[in-house]
Design a binder for this molecule. Structure first.
Ligand code: ADE
Length: 237
């Protein structure tokens, strides 16, 4: 997968050299380039922003550098992180993991001149994506989050692909709690069932915990969960 990230803070993306994203880059699964938007400015101050038409606080990112930057990286799926975007979900991550070329445009200040997005949409799919109902300084951190969610779904990135099917959100429910050794820690015991070796009981316990957690923490997910995905034992839980 090819990824181009355009930002006025390229240094923000140092973490993308680390861990499994870094490894995906060295092994060639991920061909990722970070671009400095100011490369495409022409004045001595390398200006990327100006005051908003119609008045109001803050500054807006000017269209000219963005237009040139997007022309230079070519076409793909353009992702613009923004608090006015659609909420990002695991389904979006799975969908974007199938793309050949992703382009991320990191807005700062009050955002990017809308014409940049409207113009790009005439030649490529554009998605404005929000991480949640809160406002960040800019799109950089959101891009790192979105890239993590996508990269771990790329074939060959995770050692054990089973962890993808078992995990929270993959199946519409939150995952059960997990434990490791020692069996007793500060007088806290690992639930007996997990040490029983009875795989049927363990699976049932995990399923129950998953349903209880989801119902308690995320009633919205429980409501959305298809009723015909619940077996008889689930309905008792
Ligand atoms: N940029 C600023 N706030 C954001 C948010 N909540 N999600 C994505 N990008 C953003």
């Amino acid at each position: 997968m090819r990824v181009d990230i355009i930002s006025i803070f390229p240094d923000y993306f140092a973490p993308l050299d680390l861990s499994l994203i870094g490894k995906a880059r060295t092994t060639g699964l991920l061909d990722l380039t970070v671009h400095d938007l100011r490369t495409w400015t022409s004045d001595v101050h390398r200006t990327v922003d100006d005051t908003p038409y119609g008045g109001g606080p803050g500054m807006v990112m000017r269209p000219e550098p963005w237009g040139q930057a997007l022309d230079a990286v070519g076409t793909g799926t353009l992702i613009v992180p923004s608090p006015v975007g659609r909420p990002f979900t695991q389904a979006d991550a799975a969908d974007l993991a199938g793309a050949d070329h992703l382009i991320f445009a990191c807005g700062r200040y009050e955002g990017i001149d809308q014409r940049v997005i409207d113009d790009a949409a005439t030649r490529m799919p554009v998605r404005e994506i929000s991480l949640g109902d809160y406002v960040l300084f800019g799109g950089e951190v959101a891009v790192i989050v979105i890239m993590e969610a996508i990269t771990r779904l790329l074939p060959g990135v995770l050692g054990n692909a089973d962890s993808l099917t078992e995990e929270s959100h993959a199946a519409g429910l939150l995952e059960a709690p997990v434990y490791t050794k020692p069996a007793s820690w500060r007088s806290w015991e690992v639930p007996d069932v997990l040490r029983s070796g009875d795989h049927g009981r363990i699976a049932r316990w995990r399923r129950d915990q998953s349903l209880l957690r989801t119902a308690g923490r995320r009633p919205d997910m429980m409501t959305a969960y298809p009723f015909d995905h619940l077996d008889k034992a689930d309905r008792k839980t």
